[in-house]
Design a protein around this ligand. Structure first.
Ligand SMILES: Cc1cc2nc3c(=O)[nH]c(=O)nc-3n(C[C@H](O)[C@H](O)[C@H](O)COP(=O)(O)O)c2cc1C
Length: 245
């Protein structure tokens, strides 16, 4: 069986709304009968922050000197995976801090920086140290805002420089938490089905068409309807806060 490894980077662990979408996508992948999946909560891993020694680019090239945490075993899982999926919420237009700590520790997977110029044609700035072209990297990130096509630009630019344009699949999921909170099961099931379909497409083609990517970016609510939900939600929350006093 081929392996899917999912890193759930939401601090909400199993209650992550992003994870709901990720599971739908993975269901689609698994329908091919070719894959098995392992889910790992980032919060369950002991990860020490990068010390900035850059040994992984020189003296111990490809190897981080920090051995007494969960990164060596998790990195081995990534190396074995056929599809590695990062699943997390958008925090301040970027990845959550815990995901950034994890990402910094992946520096050993990148080629040493030797003063090369800025990448041309959208290639990875450093290049991957031991590239495994058949391995797929997918990022699934949900957010609260509506305008998913612009909101994710800073985050996608980071992955463009790390991995290279077109070397990863990015799935942005707008307005998600509200959709889940409203508990309209019919609407949720309908919405999730397009992510399952995307998983089926990905298992078949190893990528998503531009049409599918654009379709996944469409928010579940109209802008005006969503504004009403949010206004009501925060007014209720403020009332609850007053009752606490
Ligand atoms: C610290 C913090 C920062 C956030 N920043 C953004 C943001 O920049 N843009 C956005 O649309 N949503 C933002 N959100 C909302 C979350 O991305 C959104 O609720 C997400 O769907 C939660 O996913 P989860 O349930 O998987 O954790 C932020 C939430 C928190 C707690």
């Amino acid at each position: 069986m081929k392996k899917i490894l999912v890193l759930n980077g939401s601090p909400k662990n199993e209650n992550s709304s992003t994870l709901t979408v990720t599971k739908a996508f993975v269901d689609g992948l698994i329908e091919s009968g070719e894959y098995e999946v392992e889910y790992v909560n980032l919060s369950s891993l002991n990860i020490k922050p990068c010390t900035g020694c850059l040994s992984c680019w020189g003296r111990t090239a490809g190897e981080c000197v920090i051995k007494n945490d969960d990164i060596p075993s998790f990195k081995a899982k990534i190396e074995e995976a056929d599809i590695f999926i990062e699943s997390y919420p958008l925090f301040f237009f970027g990845m959550p801090g815990t995901m950034k700590v994890f990402t910094d520790r992946m520096l050993s997977m990148m080629n040493t920086y030797r003063g090369q110029g800025a990448p041309e044609d959208g290639k990875s700035f450093h290049g991957i140290r031991n590239p495994k072209p058949e391995r797929r990297f997918v990022i699934i990130s949900s957010c609260a805002y509506t305008e998913a096509s612009t909101i994710y630009e800073p985050l996608k630019m980071q992955y463009d420089y790390i991995c290279g344009k077109g070397e990863y699949t990015f799935i942005g999921v707008p307005q998600l938490k509200t959709l889940i909170d409203l508990k309209n099961e019919k609407k949720i099931t309908r919405y999730l089905s397009k992510f399952k379909e995307a998983g089926i497409e990905f298992a078949k083609n190893g990528k998503l068409s531009k049409e599918t990517e654009d379709n996944l970016l469409k928010p579940p609510f109209t802008e005006s309807g969503y504004k009403v939900f949010l206004d009501n939600f925060w007014t209720e929350e403020e009332e609850k806060g007053k009752n606490l006093k």
